[in-house]
Write a protein that binds this ligand. Structure first.
Ligand SMILES: C[S@@+](CC[C@H](N)C(=O)[O-])C[C@H]1O[C@@H](n2cnc3c(N)ncnc32)[C@H](O)[C@@H]1O
Length: 280
């Protein structure tokens, strides 16, 4: 791949790209292959412009200098891909609903903990909360909490805001749209906000999957969807082990559509499409 210099606003040399890719990998575990040069250029050019910098080399000097921590956060926010939607890969929500019906028949069950581990702008954890609401979780003597985490602080702010354009809910029946959301105006645009009884189940926190986790678990369900694709094989394998450690016996791990486990894991039994049951 040739160095991206010709008739470009900024110069991105091989060395610059390697330095940025190295930082992103060290901090977030995200592997930026050579084919991601254009993505890096496009996503970071705006930041260079905001900072009034003349080249990627200047930007790298900034990332290595004092005050680097704040800029590294912004670098990660720019590099991460946050595509998501409500009830994306609906088979996981159907499976969860089935398991919930089963669990809620167990009178001894008073606690339900679900982790959406790369939650992006919140559509995934709120879809989980809606799935719980469909099973009338509020009428049960169950303390249900959904932990929603992501490395990207800007998407977490949007998740906390719980406000989306109306067409984000196009997959839901109109009765459910009114049941789970209410109309609001935001910057003169009609939007819909998740109702408090749904939103209050979701707790958003920043968490980098490749660093230490403060939670002890156990979780009943972990969603880790469409993020493993950004990691290399050893990072993926280590993460799957760590999810296993936090899942209770009989709990479930849901992975994204292109992330099924390549090798059998002794602690996980396949239980459907990219669905794994924790076995001890
Ligand atoms: C494509 S989105 C997936 C959203 C949702 N899980 C889904 O499937 O619709 C990937 C998310 O992973 C997050 N991410 C990337 N690297 C991460 C890391 N090291 N720790 C935590 N989150 C990370 C990104 O910020 C992004 O929001």
């Amino acid at each position: 791949m040739p160095t991206l210099t010709m008739s470009r606003e900024f110069q991105l040399t091989d060395r610059d790209f390697e330095a940025i890719a190295g930082l992103v990998h060290d901090i977030a575990g995200i592997y930026l292959a050579d084919s991601k040069r254009q993505l890096v250029y496009t996503r970071l050019s705006r930041r260079l412009r905001q900072l009034g910098l003349g080249s990627f080399a200047d930007y790298i000097r900034l990332l290595e200098g004092p005050g680097r921590d704040a800029e590294l956060g912004l670098l990660l926010n720019a590099i991460t891909t946050n595509l998501t939607s409500f009830f994306r890969e609906p088979h996981h929500f159907d499976h969860l609903a089935g398991e919930l019906r089963h669990w809620l028949r167990d009178a001894a069950r008073h606690r339900l903990r679900i982790w959406s581990s790369a939650c992006s702008t919140g559509e995934e954890p709120y879809s989980i909360a809606m799935t719980l609401a469909r099973e009338d979780i509020h009428k049960q003597p169950v303390d249900a909490k959904i932990l929603a985490t992501d490395i990207d602080t800007s998407v977490l702010d949007r998740a906390r805001g719980a406000t989306y354009p109306p067409d984000a809910f196009r997959g839901l029946a109109s009765g459910e749209i009114d049941r789970f959301t209410r109309p609001v105006m935001e910057s003169s645009a009609p939007m819909r906000r998740i109702r408090p009884e749904i939103a209050s189940m979701v707790h958003c926190k920043r968490l980098n999957l490749v660093q230490a986790w403060p939670m002890k678990g156990p979780f009943d369900v972990i969603f880790c969807r469409n993020v493993l694709i950004y990691f290399d094989a050893s990072t993926k394998a280590r993460l799957i082990d760590r999810f296993c450690e936090l899942l209770r016996d009989g709990g479930f791990l849901y992975l994204g559509h292109s992330e099924s486990l390549m090798h059998r894991h002794p602690g996980l039994k396949p239980a459907g499409r990219t669905t794994y049951r924790r076995v001890y």
